[in-house]
Design a protein around this ligand. Structure first.
Ligand SMILES: Nc1nc2c(ncn2[C@@H]2O[C@H](COP(=O)(O)OP(=O)(O)OP(=O)(O)O)[C@@H](O)[C@H]2O)c(=O)[nH]1
Ligand SMILES: [Mg+2]
Length: 496
């Protein structure tokens, strides 16, 4: 078991206990589930939350969501959320984007929250006599870039700096890092602290992060998150720092440049990362971790390993475990975790088993840890919004399981650029059979073997679907894959 020095101070723990008791009081006796929707940037958090609310409010097709299938769900509606200081999740705008304009919502730039109150008829006679049941479902949405910061809580400045610099020296990252590396070489970490130098370094470092992120393979190792997505913190001193090359000449003497950077790094953790963790992640009951396996597969084994490392680091910050009735009020614990491979509509359902196996492999360490402390874990391929349909494609006399959809304008494949209007059918390639091979755990020869054994996969991004209408002209809710199964696992037992 790794140590858990994430929230070390007693004051932090006391705050969390206090907030939990407040939560219980603010619920006014209505049971509340705080659902953590966890995922790196572009993993599909905003789309998932929107689809979840839309399907519950508009009666989607949810045959595997028990309360719904047995017609016990009376109503789901958005209610004022518990935290007044956090903006409300802009559900209406996201639905309008998806349904009316058929575009995906923008990348999230700030934190927001929603409370969905579900009224239901209990499945139990006795409970039914006592009246209708009610459950509050609280969800927070935030920019995925910020999530990686949770890993910083366990890292010293020296450790973090060494890791970031090592990553930036990897072959595919040296181009974007050139200017920043030059700046690093021109300063002396043991020299006197200097605001101008600090600012110059921070700017060069931020520029590197931005450039590196747009590279095809660049993925998950980019911290601090607020340099990429500053929210309200733009320009503040807590963001004016950079890793320094201090492995050789680290001097912890006060007033050196290195000491100054270290102070700011620690300030960033104290004033930015810890409150974010304490207020939104330390109090979760259930968690869904969304993982975009397909984009990582497109990026090859380096991208997969990057993603694995990042997720393992992040998930170490959470507190899974089974709680007793008393500890469930005082210290909430995550007793159920769902790992979902998102955007599963990009492959034919005959490949979903492989997709689930790949994800299971990616999160195996986090799964072991959760199981060890008694939390339940499930792995599922999922599409919060299904943008494709399945077709069978004839090629060389063979029938291949394919998908059809409208590629986003500008998507390209085989020399063709799509206009965002016409539908195409394609066979994206089969997912690799053996997860271990995809992660290339045994060196480059495996990469070659993999290339031979598994044909290349290529995934296009599709436009959100055109919604079906009933003969009366009512639009149906957003189509999905296994959203009902996810709901059943995450909150089904609370609606019994
Ligand atoms: N086909 C399909 N695409 C999806 C689905 N969910 C997400 N996507 C795609 O993934 C992109 C990112 O989804 P978001 O929900 O915005 O991701 P996010 O995790 O909120 O990302 P940040 O806000 O940047 O942290 C979308 O723009 C879509 O292109 C899905 O269920 N099906
Ligand atoms: Mg988002």
């Amino acid at each position: 078991m790794p140590p858990r020095p994430t929230l070390t101070t007693i004051t932090d723990e006391a705050r969390i206990v206090f907030d939990n008791v407040l939560d219980a009081a603010a619920g006014g006796g209505t049971p509340t589930v705080r659902l953590g929707v966890t995922g790196l940037s572009r993993a599909g958090k905003t789309v998932f939350i929107t689809a979840l609310v839309h399907n519950l409010m508009h009666g989607g097709r949810l045959p595997l969501f028990d309360v719904y299938a047995s017609r016990r769900l009376i109503e789901a509606r958005l209610m004022p959320q518990p935290d007044d200081a956090v903006p409300r999740f802009d559900y209406e705008a996201h639905v309008a984007d998806l349904v009316d304009r058929r575009i995906w919502p923008n990348s999230t730039r700030r934190i927001s929250e929603l409370r969905l109150t579900i009224e239901y008829e209990s499945a139990w006679m006795l409970k039914r006599v006592l009246g209708r049941g009610r459950l509050n479902l609280d969800i927070v949405d935030y920019p995925g870039e910020w999530l990686l910061d949770l890993a910083l809580l366990r890292k010293s400045y020296a450790q973090w700096a060494a890791e970031v610099i090592a990553a930036s020296r990897q072959l595919h990252r040296t181009g974007p890092a050139e200017a920043w590396h030059a700046k690093l070489a021109s300063v002396d970490p043991a020299g006197p602290q200097n605001e101008e130098q600090a600012r110059g370094l921070a700017e060069a470092f931020t520029a590197y992060l931005q450039k590196a992120r747009t590279q095809e393979h660049a993925l998950a190792t980019f911290t601090p998150g607020r340099l990429l997505m500053p929210g309200d913190l733009e320009g503040s001193p807590a963001l004016t720092f950079s890793p320094l090359d201090i492995t050789a000449v680290y001097s912890s003497t006060r007033d050196t440049l290195a000491a100054m950077m270290e102070r700011r790094y620690e300030a960033y953790k104290t004033h930015v990362v810890k409150p974010f963790f304490r207020d939104h992640f330390a109090r979760l009951d259930r968690q869904i971790v969304l993982v975009d396996m397909l984009t990582a597969l497109n990026g090859g084994s380096t991208a997969l390993r990057d993603l694995e490392q990042a997720l393992t680091d992040v998930l170490a910050a959470f507190r899974p475990g089974r709680a007793s009735w008393l500890t469930s009020i005082l210290t909430r614990k995550i007793d159920r975790m769902l790992f979902a491979a998102t955007k599963a509509d990009h492959v034919h359902h005959s490949d979903h088993d492989r997709l689930a196996r790949l994800l299971g492999w990616l999160v195996r360490r986090a799964t072991e840890r959760a199981a060890f402390v008694g939390a339940e874990v499930l792995t599922l391929p999922l599409a919060a919004v299904r943008a494709t349909r399945e077709v069978s494609i004839r090629r060389d006399g063979e029938r291949l399981p394919g998908i059809a959809g409208v590629p986003l304008a500008g998507e390209r494949m085989g020399g063709e650029t799509y206009d965002g209007e016409s539908e195409i059918a394609l066979f994206p390639g089969d997912l690799p059979e053996d997860p271990e091979l995809s992660f290339d755990l045994h060196g480059p020869s495996y990469e070659r073997r993999l290339a031979k054994e598994a044909p290349e996969v290529h995934f296009l991004r599709f436009r959100p679907p055109r919604l079906e209408r009933t003969p009366e002209g009512v639009t149906l809710s957003l189509p999905h894959i296994r959203l009902d199964q996810a709901l059943q696992y995450l909150i089904g037992d609370k609606l019994a």
